[in-house]
Design a protein around this ligand. Structure first.
Ligand code: SAH
Length: 202
């Protein structure tokens, strides 16, 4: 299991630092919509999950579209029993003691042996509906709770969730820096508003 450093031993700032020091996402493949989460935001998000009682010693976490694994590894450091990182881009893979990788398409994941899903998937900006297989994998899985980061502008998520019998609310807002490849404004780095959703089964 993770070493529970969030709880007693490690404050939010330290979790943020540990996550900021992970190998950066290579962000080479524009079509895979690789917008990575920053350490500070990931740590705030994970603190929120812990405070809500959704992450405990026995919690098995799966991170879909994991990138460098920042979200799944963050949950593991916060004390989760296990973390599986599902990622299509093999360039993202790095050894991290205690966590497992599934290098492949999200559709290859079985949806089993999971309590908590955390994900910042492609938003479907470059390729329409690229987020769809992620939403379907999560809502059709055995998870009890799902945390999803998406563009704050996305309106399709709640309806899909409802149709598959999940109830959601936004639990965190923030702004996200888009990588240079996606930033069409030269004068400043593009920022975009994001929302973190929490879904529970109806
Ligand atoms: N979760 C990370 C990365 C977010 S970017 C973070 O928050 O920093 C979305 C990730 O999904 C990218 O790493 C991209 O390579 C991956 N991805 C895109 N399509 C995928 C698919 N069909 N199956 C698995 N991973 C995919």
């Amino acid at each position: 299991m993770g070493c529970a450093i969030y709880g007693g031993f490690m404050r939010l700032r330290h979790l943020a630092m540990a996550l900021s020091n992970l190998p950066p996402h290579p962000q080479r493949d524009v079509s895979l919509e690789q917008y990575s989460t920053e350490g500070d935001f990931a740590a705030r998000w994970i603190a929120e999950i812990v405070e809500r009682g959704d992450l405990e010693e026995e919690t098995r976490v799966v991170d879909l579209g994991a990138g460098n694994g920042i979200l799944g590894i963050g949950c593991f450091l916060a004390g989760a029993a296990s973390a599986l990182l599902v990622e299509q881009d093999p360039q993202c893979l790095h050894e991290y003691e205690g966590v497992e990788w599934l290098i492949g398409d999200v559709k290859e994941w079985s949806g089993t042996e999971v309590d908590l899903i955390i994900m910042n998937p492609p938003w479907g900006v470059q390729i329409a509906m690229a987020d769809r297989p992620f939403l379907e994998a999560a809502f059709n899985s055995e998870a009890e709770v799902i945390y999803l980061l998406h563009s704050a502008k996305a309106t399709h998520i709640e309806n899909l969730a409802k149709s598959l019998e999940w109830e959601g609310e936004v639990v965190l807002n923030g702004s996200f820096r888009l990588p240079a490849q996606y930033d069409h404004h030269r004068s400043h780095q593009g920022m975009t508003q994001v929302a973190v959703w929490r879904f529970k089964r109806n």
